[in-house]
Write a protein that binds this ligand. Structure first.
Ligand code: GLU
Length: 309
């Protein structure tokens, strides 16, 4: 195998002069304060090797990357009936767009745009209070990463709760079509809290490892999902994980990935490794500018791709 430590060090070094490029998300006031020059990268291989560079041990707001974990939980609870509530098609629209929802009568295109993730939060809430559902999500992520220290940043959750007008609009719109079964405040309480999970690149890469290893976390030996489900979650990450930039990410990086407006990206190289990067400056689609570039450099240098050897 390529010398992965040398590769992550090179990527970090080559990108250092560019740190600060892109635009930090400021529509969530608490995220606007983040130092735009932060950069972290962590690779965890299916053999358990860990390679990191830069700020890989600094926690950041994982935001929409959490949608991979809530989808996994919802599929565990509801199985294929999950797809009665949310579709599996790329949206081609912005992460917080409301336009398609009207045409499609409140059924969001996929579980990774905001509307879709809000529908998934509604599914995770089934049979629980919001507090229990949030607790279940945190426990699940801790179990995936095998790290009991992972927690939600309450200030980020509050900041979003106070200013999440778009998400309230999306949720109310879905509720008007009868597509949410719980009160909007409860569903959004769950949604805002899982988006506010704070994790380091290393924790994130560890928590995504089951997707690179056929559903089983090779570090803990736990089977998280079936082989088929892992493949299917990867398929959704590939087609929908970067909003209206998903095609470009597939073209340039060639791996399933999920981004968040905190500047993180989780990428999965099946059979090889799980990779997390963090650089807060975003491109115009709301995906980390240097994070995508770092992953493109990584896959160019390692030859990792889901599209061919
Ligand atoms: N919590 C963010 C929002 O709802 C998530 C968006 C993202 O990470 O893309 O606006």
């Amino acid at each position: 195998m390529a010398d992965l430590q040398a590769i992550v060090d090179e990527i970090h070094e080559e990108l250092t002069p560019r740190l600060g490029e892109g635009k930090v998300a400021d529509y969530i006031p608490q995220l606007a304060h983040i130092d735009p020059k932060k950069f972290g990268m962590a690779i965890v291989t299916v053999d358990g090797e860990i390679h990191t560079a830069g700020d890989a041990e600094v926690p950041f707001s994982i935001q929409s990357i959490s949608k991979v974990f809530t989808l996994t939980l919802a599929l565990g609870k509801h199985g294929e009936t999950t797809w009665n509530r949310v579709g599996r098609e790329p949206s081609g629209s912005a992460f917080n767009s409301i336009v398609q929802l009207e045409h499609e009568e409140g059924k969001p295109r996929n579980p990774f745009i905001n509307a879709g993730a809000i529908a998934v939060s509604d599914l995770v809430l089934a049979g629980h209070t919001p507090r229990e559902a949030i607790g279940e999500i945190v426990r699940f992520v801790r179990y995936l990463a095998d790290d009991e220290t992972i927690a939600i940043d309450p200030d980020v959750a509050k900041s979003e709760q106070a200013t999440g007008y778009r998400n309230f609009a999306l949720a109310n719109f879905m509720r008007s079509f009868g597509k949410l079964t719980h009160p909007v405040e409860h569903v959004l309480g769950v949604y805002f809290h899982h988006c506010a999970l704070a994790m380091t690149c290393t924790q994130l890469a560890r928590s995504g490892l089951f997707l690179a290893a056929s559903g089983r976390n090779p570090l803990t030996g736990h089977t998280v999902v079936s082989r088929q489900r892992a493949r299917r979650i990867n398929a959704l990450m590939l087609t929908c994980g970067h909003y209206d930039g998903s095609g470009d990410f597939a073209y340039r990086v060639g791996l399933p990935g999920k981004s968040g407006v905190g500047g993180g990206i989780l990428a999965v190289a099946p059979g090889k490794a799980s990779v997390a990067v963090w650089s807060p400056g975003l491109n115009r689609n709301g995906n980390s500018l240097l994070g995508s570039l770092a992953l493109e450099m990584l896959t160019t240098r390692t030859g990792w791709s889901v599209f061919g050897p």
